[in-house]
Each structure stands twice: as structure tokens, then as C-alpha cells.
Design a protein around this ligand. Structure first.
Ligand code: SF4
Length: 374
């Protein structure tokens, strides 16, 4: 079983924090779709098209800048090329693009999960993040979504903005939670160097978010969502029972996936494991000049990745899986480290290693320590 990720590299404007690959000239959308169809068709009759596709994810960029007829062509090409038995077809959208007919069209094409990039309802924060939508548009799109025929949807939220108070975060949650969303991805703002925000921080014009504030925001998000039965199942992902995202879980569990479109990553593991990335340049992609450098991954690298991704999830990582799938046995130093952290109630160890609520707050530090002790 595998997943397919489609990178739609167009945005109306650059959000201040974003380092995904996108362009703001949207006139090349049709040309891009034609090239994407070609990239899909090139996989016909290869070993990659033999596995059943269980999840499809339209990400970006901004997939909602596509027209439904373009989405239809892409889905048709996928079905003609691959054995598609998709339980989950997710489509990222921005509030300013969403209308009732647009949602209805996507739903009738088989898209069953909407991913709405709200980030905040606060006008000041939306401006600070340079989002293209207004607070009213964010509320309106959630009204449309909750009345739509979508089986599931997720809302993206950003916290830990340098200018964001606890009260502003509470106010965002007060607006979001009455919609009863089945799934929420809540990210702390990260300052990436090649972004408008990164440059402002570098120039000293903006102070980066303080660790204490980010930790307090994480607490608020966890508590408020948990009170509503929306539980964390990964550091940044929360859902009602049974509404977890399959597509993301397949990344964490090293299932095979193909990434299509400029800058998209693929991972494939049959006898050997490989990862590759399409060239991050729309012009080269449209000229069909894309060259893919495949990196072969060792079992040790894969085991470390599995620990890094798995320990960020509620399920953690099993010892049997580490030994059988990755030929990875923990060293005495790692065992001792686990015992020490267990005494501090930062993790639990039985047949699996799982971080506790206390441990998840410092997940990156624990994972790094554990991996380097091998
Ligand atoms: S956050 Fe989303 S909408 Fe904003 S620039 Fe990045 S990809 Fe585009």
C-alpha cells in the first residue's frame, strides 16, 4: 500500500513564515497541470504502479488555486496509472478560495478530507503572518465546511507567534472549537532562515518566539483540545477518535509514497530503501528537465528516522519492530538513558517506547540524545 503526494506550487502571496516551495505567478497553472499529468503517466507499468494507492494528498502551495476540472483530470490520470483504492483523499485549501460550489465539486470528485489553512482568526496575527485571508473568511469557510458533505476535515492553526499573547490564542480556540472539528494540526511558529520573518529576526527587527511562551501555548492547545475530546496523537496533530490522518501516519511508518510536482519528495522501500526529491523549480519542471537524485538509505539511517518520527507519536515505537524491520537493537547506554528518563516520568517503556505528556514537550531533545547514544 502506498501514498501519493501532489505538490501544487502556487500561492497568491508569500506568508511571512513559509519556506515551502511555491511561486506567486499563477498564470502557469494549466501548463503545470499538463506536466503533472505527464509525470503521473510516466509511472505507468513501473514497479511503483503495482502497489495499491491508499491515500492521495493535494498539498502545496495552494491546491485550492486549481479549478475542479483540473483536479478531476489529475484524479483520472492517477486512476488510469495506479491501482487506486484510496480511503483518504485530502485537499489543502485556503479560506479565501473556498465557496460552497467549490466544496461540492471537490466532494463529488471523491475528495473526502479538506485541510483548511486557517492559522488564526486574529486580524493582527493574520497580517503579521501575511496571510491572504481575513478573519471573517476563516469563519465563513468553517461554516461552509461544517455544512458540507465532507466526511472529515482538518484545520491548521499556528501558535507561538512573537506577538501572540495567551489570550489571543485562547480567543482563536474560542472561535474554532464551536465548529467541533474532527482534526486539528497545531504548529508552533518556526523561524526559517529564507523567509521574510527569518530575515526580520536576523536583522533584529523582530524577537524570535520565547521558549517559555511557546511551551505555555502548547499547554493551552493540549488542554483546550483534550477537554473537547480532540486528543494529540502526534506532536502537532490532534483528532477525535478514528479521525487520525492516514496519509501522515504512512510517512511516520516508512510506508512507500511518491511525491509528484516540483520539490516533492518520494520514498520507496522494497529490497533497498531510496528517497528522492523532484527539482525545486517550476520552470525546470515545466520544461521536463527534472532530474531525480536518488539517495539510498541504510537500515541504521532508517531506524534513526523511525525513532525520530515514531517517538513524536502517541503510539511510540516498538522494540520488536526496531529489531525485525530495522535490525536495530538498543545499546546498554540507550537502555540506561531510557531507564533514567522513565524515572523522570518523561517516557514509558514496556514493549514500546512512548513519550509521556511531560516528555513530549522536549521530544526533540530526548530523541536526539537517544539516537546519538547508539
Ligand atoms: S503557508 Fe501555504 S499559502 Fe502561505 S505561502 Fe506557504 S504554502 Fe503558500
Amino acid at each position: 500500500m502506498s501514498g501519493i503526494y501532489l505538490h501544487i506550487p502556487f500561492c497568491k502571496q508569500a506568508c511571512s513564515y513559509c519556506d515551502f516551495y511555491f511561486v506567486t505567478r499563477t498564470s502557469e497553472r494549466e501548463h503545470f497541470v499538463q506536466q503533472l499529468l505527464k509525470e503521473i503517466q510516466d509511472y505507468a507499468d513501473t514497479r511503483y504502479s503495482e502497489e495499491t494507492v491508499k491515500t492521495i494528498y493535494f498539498g502545496g502551495g495552494t491546491p485550492s488555486l486549481l479549478e475542479p476540472r483540473q483536479v478531476e483530470k489529475i484524479l483520472e490520470a492517477l486512476e488510469q496509472t495506479f491501482e487506486v483504492d484510496s480511503r483518504e483523499i485530502t485537499f489543502e485549501m485556503n479560506p479565501d478560495d473556498v465557496t460552497e460550489p467549490f466544496l461540492a465539486d471537490l466532494r463529488s470528485l471523491g475528495v473526502n478530507r479538506a485541510s483548511m489553512g486557517v492559522q488564526s482568526f486574529d486580524p493582527e496575527l493574520l497580517e503579521f503572518m501575511h496571510r491572504a485571508h481575513s478573519s471573517e473568511e476563516a469563519l465563513h469557510c468553517l461554516e461552509l465546511l461544517s455544512k458540507s458533505r465532507f466526511e472529515s476535515y482538518t484545520v491548521d492553526l499556528i501558535y507561538g507567534n512573537p506577538n501572540q499573547s495567551n489570550e489571543q490564542l485562547e480567543a482563536d480556540l474560542d472561535k474554532l472549537l464551536p465548529f467541533n472539528p474532527p482534526h486539528i494540526s497545531a504548529y508552533s511558529l518556526t523561524i526559517e532562515p529564507n523567509t521574510r520573518l527569518g530575515k526580520q529576526v536576523e536583522l533584529g527587527r523582530i524577537a524570535p518566539p520565547e521558549d517559555d511562551k511557546v511551551a505555555a501555548h502548547f499547554e493551552i492547545v493540549n488542554e483546550r483540545l483534550s477537554e473537547q475530546g480532540i486528543e494529540r496523537y502526534e506532536v502537532s496533530n490532534y483528532s477525535r477518535a478514528g479521525c487520525e490522518a492516514d496519509h501522515n501516519s504512512s510517512y511516520w511508518e516508512h510506508e512507500n509514497y511518491l511525491g509528484l510536482g516540483p520539490g516533492a519528495h518520494s520514498f520507496w522501500w522494497d529490497e533497498k530503501a531510496y528517497r528522492w526529491e523532484n527539482e525545486t523549480d517550476l520552470r525546470s519542471y515545466l520544461r521536463n528537465e527534472d532530474s531525480k537524485d536518488k539517495e539510498q538509505l541504510s537500515l541504521e539511517q532508517l531506524a534513526e528516522e523511525r525513532l525520530m518520527m515514531g517517538l513524536r507519536t502517541r503510539l511510540g515505537v516498538g522494540f520488536e519492530e526496531l529489531e525485525q524491520k530495522y535490525d536495530y537493537t538498543l545499546t546498554d547506554r540507550q537502555q540506561q538513558y531510557l531507564t533514567n528518563r522513565q524515572q523522570e516520568e518523561k517516557l514509558k517503556v514496556d514493549d514500546r517506547i512512548k513519550l509521556t505528556g511531560k516528555g513530549i514537550k522536549i521530544a526533540d531533545a530526548i530523541i536526539l540524545d537517544l539516537v546519538t547514544l547508539h
